[in-house]
Design a protein around this ligand. Structure first.
Ligand SMILES: [Cu+2]
Length: 270
């Protein structure tokens, strides 16, 4: 079958959450310096191909991502970040579906993974990787899965930033919540039944947890860094900066007893 190639267009804004700060001694900030500047990110292309030009819901679909420089020359050295050479986030248009997966590096500038899209509609595929010498950057591409998309679920800010997921009660707090400011967000995790703080979180991707933030349109992807990678709960703190006011969805991912759980929140950033 003819493969359909999409050239990934630079995201409207390649976002980094790396404000100047006095927190550089924190372990989570070490890779700040490695986040690529805009011009370096522009010089990298990620070419996304699917194994079929008509992906179907709930069918195995192979995703291939080729990384090239601006002249089409393969880039084949990548830094490992959070234990992986590439992190891939797949979200549905309404952000109700979220998947965080790790394509394998096949060598020769190519990453591959086989995944499934749950239903018809548009999905944004965000590849997060760090060419050696260039630093962390992300590229995204919308794809379309065959059929009639289910009705979009509204993306509404949570009235209360507390959720129960898999028997854990997770709350989210901010030291301050405003655009264009480096801020910390803290997840606090308790046992939902006993209300006892959970203090035995396991490292997930080399840190206390992994946080992904996207704006309402699913296009602005924020880099988020743990403040203390070695923490094990009940608090897991991260730093980021929201580039604009507006609605953002935040997914916190944590591991306990060998099981990863994902907690989504929606916030309105003033
Ligand atoms: Cu990842």
């Amino acid at each position: 079958m003819k493969k359909l190639a999409f050239t990934i267009v630079m995201m409207a804004a390649m976002l980094t959450a790396c404000g100047k700060s006095s927190h550089d001694q924190h372990s989570g900030h070490k890779d700040m310096a490695a986040v690529a500047g805009q011009s370096q990110a522009d010089s990298v292309k990620a070419i996304l191909k699917l194994s079929t030009d008509k992906p179907e819901p709930a069918q195995d679909t192979k995703i291939t991502v080729q990384i090239q420089d601006k002249d089409g020359k393969p880039i084949d050295n990548f830094d490992v970040k959070h234990e992986k050479k590439m992190h891939m986030i797949i979200v549905s248009k309404d952000l109700s579906f979220f998947n965080h997966i790790h394509p394998e590096y096949d060598g020769k500038s190519q990453f591959t993974i086989t995944t499934r899209f749950p239903s018809a509609g548009q999905y944004n595929i965000i590849s997060d990787f760090a060419p050696t010498g260039i630093g962390a950057l992300s590229k995204s591409q919308w794809i379309s899965v065959q059929g009639t998309a289910p009705a979009a679920k509204p993306i509404e800010p949570d009235a209360e930033l507390a959720k129960t997921v898999d028997g854990k009660e997770v709350s989210l707090s901010f030291d301050q919540l405003k655009a264009n400011t480096e801020l910390s967000l803290t997840f606090t995790i308790k046992d939902a039944q006993s209300k006892e703080p959970i203090t035995d979180l396991q490292p997930y991707l080399g840190a206390v947890g992994h946080v992904v933030i996207l704006n309402q349109e699913g296009e602005e992807y924020l880099h988020v860094h743990p403040t203390d990678e070695q923490a094990s709960g009940p608090d897991a703190a991260f730093m980021t900066s929201f580039p604009h006011s507006g609605i953002y969805k935040i997914w916190g991912q944590f591991q306990r007893d060998g099981h990863v759980f994902t907690v989504p929140f929606v916030v309105n950033v003033p």
